[in-house]
Write a protein that binds this ligand. Structure first.
Ligand SMILES: [Ca+2]
Length: 264
């Protein structure tokens, strides 16, 4: 190797080394957040009249809470067919929001009434209700606490028996607070949250509120809904037993099982 060529080579290696170190330091500091893309594993029918606000998977069935005043429901849905096998209407005074299953109960939030509805999981009988101080958007749980969103960047932790607030976190990514946190799902120690009016799901560290990754679902619905009225991506359900992740959207004709692919 000629002398000048060798110097160029060494300089280039040095520059690459500096870039790698800077990237690593930024990554360590939480400034570089990994973004996942997706691969569709399965597509299933979804009721295109369902304004999906809450989605959960348990024992082979999806449970779904739908919204809009006068059209809000709670339903148990067969995954493969999208058929509603059990359903009930939510009182006309409420706009149904997120749902979660805790033990033998289903909890459903309402948007502005600040009322949570508690049902028996098997019969869908309304057992009671509770109050919370801000709007109700999404809800999930980590096995110990219920976790509630209200469309801001705050997530609230609630005692699942008394529904009293026990804690809160502020969710922030590398560019600051992440607002519009909507439907939630607790997946392998992290909180997944739809971010309203985006194609993105934030993966959140439940202890710090830091966004540890993004899932970019742009283009997921594709041409499935051409010419139909559809609303935004919303609804995440996780089958912990088979490690399957399901997503859909409001008024979407399809529900997808997806696999995440780290894209950067
Ligand atoms: Ca969910």
């Amino acid at each position: 190797m000629r002398g000048s060529l060798r110097i160029h080579f060494v300089v280039m290696l040095g520059a690459l080394g500096v870039i790698a170190v800077l990237f690593y330091l930024n990554f360590k500091a939480g400034k570089v957040v990994p973004v996942c893309s997706y691969k569709v594993i399965n597509a299933y029918p979804h009721d295109k009249r369902a304004f999906t606000q809450g989605l959960v998977f348990e024992n082979g069935f999806l449970y779904e809470g739908t919204g809009l005043v006068g059209r809000s429901t709670l339903r148990k849905v067969e995954l493969e067919t999208g058929k509603v096998v059990k359903g009930r209407k939510v009182s006309d005074e409420y706009f149904g929001e997120g749902i979660t299953i805790y033990g033998n109960k289903i909890i459903q939030l309402t948007l502005r009434a600040k009322v949570g509805l508690v049902y028996d999981k098997e019969s869908f009988e309304l057992l009671g209700q509770f109050n919370y101080p801000t709007e109700g958007w999404g809800i999930t749980h980590d096995g110990k606490s219920l976790i509630r969103s209200d469309g801001t960047s705050t997530l609230y932790f609630l005692n699942p028996d008394t529904f009293e607030q026990t804690g809160r976190i502020e969710v922030a990514g590398s560019d600051g607070p992440v607002t519009g946190l909507n439907e939630l799902e607790y997946v392998q120690g992290q909180i997944y949250a739809n971010v309203w009016r985006t194609d993105r799901i934030a993966r959140i560290d439940p202890k710090t509120g830091r966004v540890t990754g993004w899932i970019d679902l742009a283009g997921l619905l594709g041409t499935e809904a051409q010419g139909q009225l559809v609303d935004v991506l919303n609804g995440i359900a996780y089958d912990a037993e088979k490690n399957r992740l399901f997503v859909t959207g409001k008024l979407w004709p399809k529900l997808f099982e997806i696999e995440l692919i780290l894209s950067r």
